[in-house]
Design a protein around this ligand. Structure first.
Ligand SMILES: *Cc1c(COP(=O)(O)O)cnc(C)c1O
Length: 374
């Protein structure tokens, strides 16, 4: 069986976790701060470690103060966490269609969805490729709204030489096993705005205020801590931070290996007109998370099932978010998103992970070509 994604765990990763287990702290200890430093170096912005990519998004929306009545603009082609965590704060979700060759939110579509209620534009770096951030920044500034980057796919990517994490007002990462680096479950928030980052951190730490200067109750002893706004427990344990630190030291290796796999797929399908690959945009260095291919809509089910039947665990990323039954007007709005529909109906994500051997990759390539040539 060849999975579509999987972690790469080395003996140094294992040693790091064992050492943490033998230490004094299982959860909040010195490795949390150390891991946050590794994230900050990579994202080129101060960062907070949290327990998942979903938690990171929830913290980002808490930081900008999403409230009932606010609207956020998101692409349909994403994991539902992008929308769910804002909807849970009462936000209305507005969708902006994607480019059909990249799956990235189209800035023109975004601008057409701006209203007086818009709180934030939330871009998703599909497959690891950074969105049209320059255009999105201009729109965000023009209308005075926040720009959030869901970089669950794009840890280690760059845009005009800038590291992902330092571009948007807030960037969120995921360290799920299939993502570019893993802590099992885990995530992070990066931001150059100290106030936003402080709000995100507090939300992830039960809302607890610990510094004396900020106390509103002055009469208590040194045990005292107090809450001004509710938060949740989204801490990332020390043991998982140990894995994260070790994984981040291997990120360049991961990126290079994923690039090699990406290039091999592209050259294998170059001369096959019935298999399209993702459009690669200029001015970026991408840490590829997914390898999407596009086949004829009426062939997708057969090709997908054929691959699964031969033990190749392909995926489809993603069902356009508005089609989830939680969105009640799904059927009425489908027609507004022809590119997202086209993208979803023809997409298959092939196995893509740093330890994918060239032999296994050849098996995938051969099977795909056999299936599409029928
Ligand atoms: C994986 C993912 C998330 C959620 O991350 P978790 O760590 O699984 O909670 C959010 N957005 C996108 C685009 C993702 O791919």
């Amino acid at each position: 069986m060849i999975p579509y994604g999987r972690q790469s765990i080395s003996s140094t990763d294992i040693d790091a976790v064992v050492e943490a287990l033998q230490g004094d702290f299982l959860t909040t200890g010195p490795l949390v701060e150390k891991f946050e430093k590794s994230i900050s170096i990579l994202s080129d912005a101060p960062s907070v470690a949290v327990s998942s990519g979903t938690a990171a998004l929830h913290c980002a929306y808490a930081a900008i103060g999403v409230e009932p009545g606010d609207e956020i603009i998101t692409p349909p082609i994403t994991f539902i966490a992008t929308q769910a965590t804002a909807a849970l704060f009462g936000a209305s979700i507005r969708f902006a269609d994607v480019d059909k060759f990249t799956g990235l939110m189209d800035p023109t579509e975004v601008e057409s969805k701006i209203s007086k209620k818009t709180k934030a534009i939330v871009a998703v770096d599909y497959a690891g490729q950074v969105c049209e951030m320059e255009q999105l920044r201009k729109i965000a500034d023009k209308y005075g709204v926040y720009l959030i980057e869901d970089a669950a796919h794009s840890l280690g990517s760059t845009y005009f030489g800038q590291n992902v994490g330092s571009i948007a007002d807030i960037t969120t990462f995921s360290f799920f096993p299939t993502k570019n680096a893993t802590t099992g479950e885990g995530g992070a928030i990066s931001s150059h705005d100290p106030e936003l980052l402080d709000k995100a951190r507090k939300f992830a730490r039960q809302g607890l205020v610990r510094n004396k200067e900020s106390f509103r109750i002055q009469s208590e002893g040194i045990w005292h801590q107090e809450v001004h706004r509710f938060g949740l427990n989204y801490r990332l344990p020390d043991v998982l931070c140990a894995l994260g630190i070790s994984q981040f030291a291997r990120l360049h290796e991961f990126k290079a290996k994923r690039q090699t796999i990406f290039d091999r797929y592209v050259s294998a399908f170059e001369s096959e007109s019935s298999v399209q690959t993702i459009k690669v945009l200029p001015n970026r260095s991408t840490h590829w998370h997914l390898f999407p291919i596009f086949v004829e809509k009426n062939q997708r089910m057969r090709v997908f099932n054929g691959l699964r039947e031969s033990g190749i665990m392909v995926q489809v990323n993603y069902l356009p978010a508005y089609r989830h039954p939680v969105f009640k007007n799904s059927d009425d709005i489908r027609g507004e998103f022809p590119n997202s529909e086209q993208f979803y109906e023809s997409e298959i994500s092939l196995p893509m992970y740093s330890d994918l051997s060239s032999r296994d990759q050849d098996v995938v390539i051969e099977k795909v070509l056999n299936l599409v040539r029928v």
